[in-house]
Design a protein around this ligand. Structure first.
Ligand SMILES: CC(C)(COP(=O)(O)OP(=O)(O)OC[C@H]1O[C@@H](n2cnc3c(N)ncnc32)[C@H](O)[C@@H]1OP(=O)(O)O)[C@@H](O)C(=O)NCCC(=O)NCCS
Length: 121
């Protein structure tokens, strides 16, 4: 990540008392989507349910909209990933729809949700 193009890949460690307990990244798309970026994140399980994920998403989106020309940040959690959907909603993302049968994990076909936040939101 440290050697990635700094105009394409924006990544942060999520820390508690100077210890890395997760990470969050925003990845610029290309071609006609160059002002759109996808966000991904994870928190170590022992730190779940403390508001850390929501805080990380909010802080990262603020940073991206204030410091880059990106107009749209999206995330595609599995529809069954209630915690991830919830933190996006708490951070102000809108659910734009269901991506039906969009992934196969461990041989299970899964729906995903398209969440996005626009710079003006
Ligand atoms: C998704 C993830 C980042 C959430 O982080 P977190 O720090 O626990 O999130 P927060 O504490 O900010 O908020 C979690 C919310 O989800 C809710 N939640 C968690 N599990 C839930 C469940 N099974 N059903 C309903 N709500 C649930 C919590 O109640 C909370 O909402 P509330 O504040 O309204 O009560 C974390 O669970 C994680 O890293 N999961 C594995 C990786 C992953 O799924 N990444 C996202 C891929 S799209």
């Amino acid at each position: 990540m440290l050697s990635a193009d700094k105009d394409v890949t924006y990544t942060f460690a999520i820390t508690v008392d100077d210890k890395a307990i997760g990470s969050i990244g925003v990845f610029r798309c290309n071609n006609i989507h160059f002002r759109t970026a996808e966000m991904g994140y994870y928190i170590a399980e022992s730190y779940w349910g403390k508001g850390i994920g929501t805080s990380a998403v909010k802080q990262t989106c603020r940073y991206i909209f204030e410091n880059t020309d990106i107009l749209r940040i999206f995330a595609e959690p599995f529809a069954c990933n209630t915690a991830s959907c919830r933190i996006l909603e708490k951070a102000g993302f809108q659910c734009e729809g269901i991506l039906r049968k969009n992934a196969i994990k461990n041989e299970v076909i899964l729906d995903m949700k398209m969440y996005a936040m626009i710079k003006e939101d």
